[in-house]
Write a protein that binds this ligand. Structure first.
Ligand SMILES: [Zn+2]
Length: 352
């Protein structure tokens, strides 16, 4: 686990020129700016939405940002993932590390804690320890339901955000007060689901939803979850058709599995697949008990294809597959949606 604590601790100096235009805004003020400096926010997933959320909150002076992401930067990310550049993609840097470096360069007075991890039931407690607000930058319901279970169980506020195509939606969840994610969506979507891989994505839809969610985060941090300006609706909009809708989320749904019955199946890890489809043509193996020596593995794989590695990631091309390995043993295998093929490749080249 990597930590990039800045040398400079967050100093709440509301008179600082840096934040002067924000302090002038009546909703924030000097007191609000001090509260932002004391804020501890986790951003789960640092792709497009996560990048935009992190950038906005870092510039706004939120004192501690914990960035949790399992993925690495690719060229196809650069169209919308605003914290990354071509060099990050060329080096296949983990997104959490690349994001932390960017943030350190644009605001050295906040603390950034990058975590190159896949948020799962077994590590959610450790990864979210000490956090007062959770922001959703993920791209899947599995992780969102996990966050929802955890947040409801611990009475922690969180903000759901999603964007695909030109469409975006967002919901503030204040446990014990508002509807939770499972109140609105009792089950994850079944069958063919639109994803950024299949439907594409406009960077403007991402930035819009991130702007709305980041502003709600500021309201939480400055005024608490009961602040009158905190939105209590599921808000959706389509930046292409200009359609916009809001449905009330002010009250929990009676009988909700999560916030009503407090049956936290996702937190308990029940039914969690050991292998998951990940994107249009790749499979992720959630192996976690297999610390990998990259130097050794690099040597072993030389005879089988092109191998590259740095401290954070090892990539191996074995035509027609591309395997990306992380130090804890997790792997993403591109070029197949067949979990058996992925399992076999893993077993052949990494071990089983
Ligand atoms: Zn609920």
């Amino acid at each position: 686990m990597t930590s990039l604590a800045q040398e400079t601790q967050p100093t709440a100096r509301p008179d600082d020129e840096r934040y002067s235009r924000q302090v002038l805004f009546r909703g924030i003020g000097a007191e609000g700016q001090r509260k932002l400096a004391g804020g501890r926010v986790a951003i789960v997933g640092c792709g497009a939405t996560g990048s935009a959320l992190t950038g906005l909150l870092a510039r706004a002076g939120v004192g501690t940002l914990r960035i949790i992401d399992r993925d690495y930067v690719e060229h196809s990310n650069l169209q919308r993932q605003s914290l990354f550049d071509e060099q990050d993609a060329a080096e296949s840097l983990p997104k959490a590390i690349a994001a932390a470096r960017k943030i350190a360069a644009l605001n050295s007075r906040i603390v950034v804690e990058p975590k190159v991890e896949d948020l799962v039931p077994g590590n959610i407690e450790a990864l979210l320890e000490g956090i007062s607000l959770i922001l959703d930058g993920t791209d899947n319901f599995e992780t969102r339901y996990l966050i929802n279970d955890y947040a409801v169980d611990r009475s922690l506020p969180w903000i759901y955000s999603a964007a695909v195509g030109s469409y975006a939606l967002t919901l503030n969840v204040v446990p014990d007060q508002t509807a939770c994610l499972a109140c609105i969506f009792p089950d994850s979507p079944r069958g063919m689901v639109e994803t950024c891989e299949t439907s594409g994505i406009l960077n403007s839809a991402v930035n819009l939803v991130a702007s709305v969610a980041a502003t709600e985060a500021l309201k939480f941090l400055v005024g608490g979850p009961n602040a009158p300006q905190v939105r209590r609706t599921l808000l959706s909009f389509d930046v292409w058709t200009n359609e916009r809708a809001e449905i009330s989320a002010a009250k929990p749904r009676p009988g909700c599995r999560a916030c009503g019955e407090r049956d936290f199946v996702h937190l308990a890890g029940e039914g969690r697949p050991h292998i998951t489809l990940c994107g249009r043509n790749s499979v992720q193996i959630h192996e976690r008990q297999r610390p990998i020596d990259f130097l050794e593995l690099d040597r072993r794989l030389q005879a089988h294809g092109l191998v590259r590695h740095n401290d954070f990631i090892l990539k191996f091309w074995h035509d027609p597959y591309e395997m990306t390995l992380f130090p804890d043993g997790r792997a993403i295998i591109k070029g197949t949606t067949d979990t058996a093929v992925a399992r076999s490749l893993y077993a052949r080249f990494v071990g089983s």
